[in-house]
Design a protein around this ligand. Structure first.
Ligand SMILES: Nc1ncnc2c1ncn2[C@@H]1O[C@H](COP(=O)(O)OP(=O)(O)O)[C@@H](O)[C@H]1O
Ligand SMILES: [Mg+2]
Length: 332
């Protein structure tokens, strides 16, 4: 399968690379011997354009990783559709799924956990080059060198022979990025790729991902719980809480005009924000994800909540073109 990411394909209204419609993922859980379902992804809609970065922001437990897994189809959705490059991948399997996974690569939070300690950097990269490009030995050698150079792991000859434990966290994440690139993907799903790295090396990894977007026309779903990096890297930002989308907008617009009470609280808790304050805890604890819950999942913590918020589904209000807010109390 070839995904369309031709940068010369013209600027006329193109179908987005990724279109997610009404996505629902449910998991069975057991509470006190009783079988119930939780819905960490609850009727979620979004698109990602070719060459676009969508930042997905939300605190822990809001369903971000489950959306990522649905997108690379390590989890099969219970409802809705996911279309990537014109292909409906919602329920594909077998050969089709293997082909799809080459085009949609994932980068994880913990680069140490995603690399095999007994294999060298060379091995980690040669494997996907051989698998996906069916290259011969000399070609593999060349491609591995080019990938290392591409992600800034030099001198190449020294880096090839290193084992994961001989690398820094940032270098390990660069190996994971190079491995994703080896498959020549159109879409990269990066699930909190810098949150386990030292603060001093985060910017370097993020700017590498930015260069790859620019030079290779890659599209990303970039998952983070930090609005500052979401803004830096993302063209658009989608804010998630309790499995539901709270607000979506162009990155600059979202930070200039945060409208959903949850987005405002997140922003207030962002270091360096001039309105910085503590995240008010109206009630603490994780959002209720149990199937059948009603109203807005943020209502129990929301300083602006009224009775309707915990009783009825909030409407989606478009406050300006491309800026939508899911809240009962949004004024346009
Ligand atoms: N395979 C699973 N089975 C049951 N519950 C799960 C499974 N995967 C995730 N969850 C639950 O779904 C919720 C959302 O998880 P996740 O998508 O990892 O959120 P985030 O990445 O935003 O922290 C959590 O309550 C988590 O415990
Ligand atoms: Mg997660």
């Amino acid at each position: 399968m070839a995904l369309d990411r031709d940068p010369t394909a013209g600027s006329e209204a193109q179908a987005p690379l990724v279109a997610v419609e009404d996505l629902v993922v449910r998991f069975p859980i057991r509470t006190g011997g009783k079988r119930q379902f939780i819905t960490p992804v609850d009727h979620v809609n979004f698109t990602i354009g070719a060459g676009e970065v969508l930042s997905l922001v939300g605190e822990s437990g809001s369903g971000k990783s489950t959306i990522a897994k649905a997108l690379v189809r390590t989890v099969e959705p219970n409802h809705g559709t996911i279309t990537v490059g014109g292909l409906d991948i919602t329920h594909i399997g077998g050969r089709q799924l293997m082909d799809y996974r080459r085009n949609a690569q994932m980068i994880f939070q913990d680069p140490f956990g995603s690399l095999n300690p007994v294999h060298t950097v060379e091995h980690h990269l040669a494997f996907p080059v051989r698998k996906y490009r069916r290259a011969g030995r000399a070609q593999i050698d060349y491609e591995v060198g080019a990938l290392l150079e591409r992600v800034g792991l030099t001198p190449i000859s020294e880096m090839r022979v290193k084992y994961p434990h001989e690398l820094s966290g940032g270098q390990r994440q660069r190996v994971a990025i190079a491995r994703a690139l080896a498959a020549n993907p159109a879409l990269v799903v990066a699930d909190e790729p810098i949150s386990m790295l030292d603060v001093s090396i985060r910017a370097g990894v993020l700017s590498l991902m930015n260069e790859l977007k620019r030079d290779l026309g890659l599209s990303y779903l970039y998952i983070t719980h930090d609005l500052a990096s979401a803004r830096y890297f993302g063209d658009r930002i989608m804010v998630l809480y309790g499995g539901k989308v709270m607000e979506t907008a162009d990155s600059r617009e979202l930070l200039r005009r945060p409208t959903h009470p949850y987005t405002r609280l997140l922003l207030a808790a962002t270091p360096g924000n001039r309105h910085r304050g503590p995240l008010p805890e109206v009630s603490n604890g994780a959002p209720d994800l149990v199937e059948g819950r009603r109203g807005c999942p943020f209502a129990p913590r929301c300083p602006a909540a009224t009775a309707i918020c915990s009783a009825e589904e909030a409407p989606t209000v478009e406050v300006s073109p491309g800026h939508s807010v899911v809240c009962h109390h949004t004024e346009t």
